[in-house]
Design a binder for this molecule. Structure first.
Ligand SMILES: [Zn+2]
Length: 266
């Protein structure tokens, strides 16, 4: 078994990670990822920054093919139902509406916003209502087709091609970096799409979710790492970003989350 993410940004220089959680069978609530062979996985904690790294042998890259969306929403009708269900929630119960408020009150001016890993697009839909221009990025065409009906443009490949055409005031990564094998690379690439004084907004699961136990959603199979304030700050610094604000919250859905606003180091 091995660690599932590049730790090229993790500078604690400590090797004696401590095993915190171990799973010997599929948690009942977990989506059926059709894991072949024995189900064994664990999380290890860095004793210095408290960051969690996932440790197992599953091929997580394969989780994000067509099957991932099939498992999650089935088809475009499923996406549409999910969208309606989430966007109907009152603000008290909506992670997305609170996120849109948070981002909107931080940026203060009309902005060009790119949301990386936009999914069903509820966040973009909400923040667009506040007068911003929005565009999404996601790998599955079905999100693109669905969001076209909501007048939201989604790019499904080659984000880098945008580089010379368009620069953004804000790029958001909402619960994305915990899923990718090389978050440092993704952040560095996105910086090229950011205006000089642009902002990167990041949301990741918080290690404090350990208080809710190992079956809490923050520690699901498709999360390759879970962040602490210092590890997120560290990752951002490695990517050449300056932390403007970073905070722990418990979202309306009871997710333990860390969010932050970052800007380019000039
Ligand atoms: Zn560390």
């Amino acid at each position: 078994m091995k660690f599932k993410v590049k730790d090229n940004w993790h500078s604690c220089k400590i090797k004696n990670f401590k095993k915190v959680f171990e799973y010997k069978k599929k948690p009942t609530a977990e989506k059926n990822f059709k894991i072949k062979g024995e189900y064994r996985r664990s999380f290890y904690e860095c004793p210095s920054c408290n960051h969690f790294f996932a440790f197992h042998n599953f091929k997580t890259a394969n989780l994000y093919n067509k099957d991932y969306l099939d498992l999650t929403y089935k088809d475009e009708k499923g996406i549409s139902e999910r969208f309606n269900q989430i966007s109907k929630l009152p603000i008290k119960k909506s992670d997305n509406k609170n996120r849109a408020l948070r981002v909107n009150s931080f940026i203060k001016k009309r902005s060009n916003i790119l949301d990386v890993g936009c999914g069903t697009g509820v966040f973009l839909y909400e923040i667009k209502k506040k007068g911003h221009k929005v565009i999404g990025f996601d790998i599955d065409e079905r999100y693109k087709n669905f969001l076209k009906k909501k007048k939201i443009n989604v790019i499904t490949k080659n984000l880098n091609k945008l580089r010379n055409k368009k620069k953004f005031d804000l790029i958001s990564f909402n619960k994305v970096l915990e899923h990718v094998p090389d978050p440092l690379k993704n952040l560095k690439e996105s910086k090229r799409l950011l205006k000089r004084d642009g902002i990167i907004y990041i949301e990741v699961p918080d290690v404090m979710a350990k208080l809710k136990g190992k079956f809490s959603g923050e520690f699901c199979l498709d999360h390759l790492q879970i962040f602490s304030i210092s590890s997120l700050d560290n990752l951002a610094r490695c990517a050449g970003l300056l932390t403007v604000k970073i905070k722990r919250i418990i979202e309306p859905s009871n997710k333990y989350t860390i969010y932050g606003f970052f800007k380019k180091i000039k």
